[in-house]
Design a binder for this molecule. Structure first.
Ligand code: 5CA
Ligand code: ZN
Length: 450
């Protein structure tokens, strides 16, 4: 991002960064399209709709930007720039949904949203204009069906992050931290290199809070009018912050092949008289890799190979293929991954060879990320242990559910009780008594969050 845009919390996508966004969001759309339909609602929400649901207003009123004028004319009805789209979408749902045959309804959109964030703003992570807000809104006949949809959404998000090779922890946010207007909120977090967590997705069970307010009702099989139940779930460009932070190193980005906008860069190594021959061979490599379906760049710029290596390393390109006279004579190319694994691939089996190398590279990235998470996530049983662990990463403790015990945990550690019912593949440990009072407890995530 270019951070020099002269409005706080707004940043500009450079084309290369936007290329990564395109890959990541293509994948997100592909997942959503499996069982949702894509839609598009207006950015502006009339104040009387925005102000309908009390909890929702309370949660967002300090964060809303208002449009009050059209030119010099004061508007009759002030218009909110959507901070999220419940109050834009649900009045329309009330018109669209008539009978049980209209349910379930599952729509999503990818839009920009505006939040007047007062905490320290940062690119990709805490924006005042979220440029890439994917929000899904579903409607169901029963509370239980909505609950099942929450699980479906969590599965989709896990699959989404698998392709990004970002291991996640799922938990249920404590009640004081749930989405304004939700019955409960499930969160997807990752652990950043500094051991802090980043919330990279949330799934909310809205119960009938909004259907009551917006009169979203349907006629059931026996002809009776009933309230609908709803869920909503969102992911923003924080997903790209996670992608970049979890994998990158001191040389720059490291991108998993599935979401790299350039998967392979070809660097010709010209030597004296055979310059043309090398250039031709490099072009042929490019053609055949493109034909095999890879996203390829041939770097023909008039720069030294070393400068090109550096340039593409910084941009996280998974694989560099070098071709010089010696490679041509041997019928091969030299392959170097972004994590410096070197091999030679025979030109005769180029596409298969490249696929193998990229596959191994991807597994290596995932293994490294998983190792980072499991070494920064531990089960602890005493407050002293907890303090020690939090200096490094996040911890799972047993907590009885009483706010007073959570307050003690947070005061003693200067960290937050992030969630309960922790689900993670990277966690082992048995249930035990509350870390503060000893009463029966549930597994709860404690950490410092971005
Ligand atoms: N309407 C619901 C579901 S779409 C909603 O707005 N949920 S949310 O407030 O939790 O936002 C969804 C996700 O967007 C969060 O989990 C977080 O990952 C991301 N997000 C929230 N605020 C920001 C922000 N200011 N900048 C970047 N990403 C954000
Ligand atoms: Zn307790």
């Amino acid at each position: 991002m270019d951070v020099r845009y002269p409005v706080k919390g707004l940043y500009v996508w450079y084309p290369f960064g936007f290329g990564i966004r395109k890959q990541v969001y293509n994948w997100l759309r592909e997942l959503m399209d499996r069982e949702h339909q894509e839609t598009l609602f207006p950015l502006l929400i009339p104040s009387h709709e925005f102000m309908k649901e009390t909890e929702h207003i309370k949660g967002f009123e300090d964060e809303v930007y208002w449009v009050t004028h059209g030119g010099k004319t004061l508007l009759d009805v002030p218009l909110a720039l959507r901070p999220t789209s419940e109050t834009a979408i649900y009045p329309m749902y009330a018109l669209w949904i008539r009978s049980h045959a209209d349910l379930p309804l599952k729509l999503y959109q990818v839009v920009n949203t505006f939040r007047y964030e007062t905490k320290h703003t940062r690119p990709l992570i805490r924006l005042r204009e979220i440029t890439s807000f994917k929000e899904a809104h579903t409607v169901h006949a029963t509370w239980e069906e909505a609950e099942a949809q929450v699980e479906v959404a969590l599965k989709l998000y896990q699959e989404f992050y698998e392709k990004l090779c970002v291991p996640v922890i799922i938990s249920r946010r404590p009640d004081w931290d749930k989405f304004p207007g939700a019955d409960y909120t499930m969160a997807v977090d990752c652990v950043m290199p500094d051991g802090k967590t980043l919330q990279i997705g949330t799934v909310h069970h809205l119960g009938d809070h909004f259907s009551r307010t917006f009169s979203i009702t349907f006629e059931d099989e026996s002809g009776e009018q009933r309230l609908a139940y709803q869920t909503c779930y969102g992911i923003s460009e924080r997903s790209i912050a996670a992608l970049i932070s979890v994998h990158g190193d001191d040389k720059g980005l490291i991108l998993p092949p599935d979401v790299a906008s350039v998967q392979i860069v070809i660097i010709p190594i010209p030597v004296g008289k055979r310059k043309e021959e090398v250039a031709d061979a490099a072009k042929r490599l490019k053609e055949s890799l493109i034909a095999a379906g890879f996203r390829v760049r041939l770097d023909e710029r008039d720069l030294r190979p070393g400068a090109k290596y550096y340039y593409w390393e910084m941009r996280g390109v998974p694989l560099r293929l070098e071709i010089g006279p010696r490679d041509i004579d041997a019928g091969q190319v030299t392959a170097v991954t972004r994590t410096n694994d070197r091999s030679v691939i025979p030109v005769a089996g180029l596409a298969d060879g490249v696929r193998l190398v990229l596959g191994a590279f991807r597994s290596g990235l995932l293994a490294r990320a998983e190792e980072h998470l499991s070494s920064h996530l531990s089960c602890v049983h005493t407050l002293d242990e907890l303090k020690e662990t939090l200096a490094m990463g996040v911890a799972v403790v047993s907590w009885c559910g009483d706010r007073s015990c959570a307050d003690i945990i947070e005061a003693e550690t200067n960290a937050s009780l992030l969630g309960t019912h922790v689900r993670s593949r990277y966690l082992t440990g048995e249930e035990c008594g509350c870390i503060v009072c000893g009463k029966p407890g549930i597994s709860s995530l404690v950490g410092r969050a971005y």
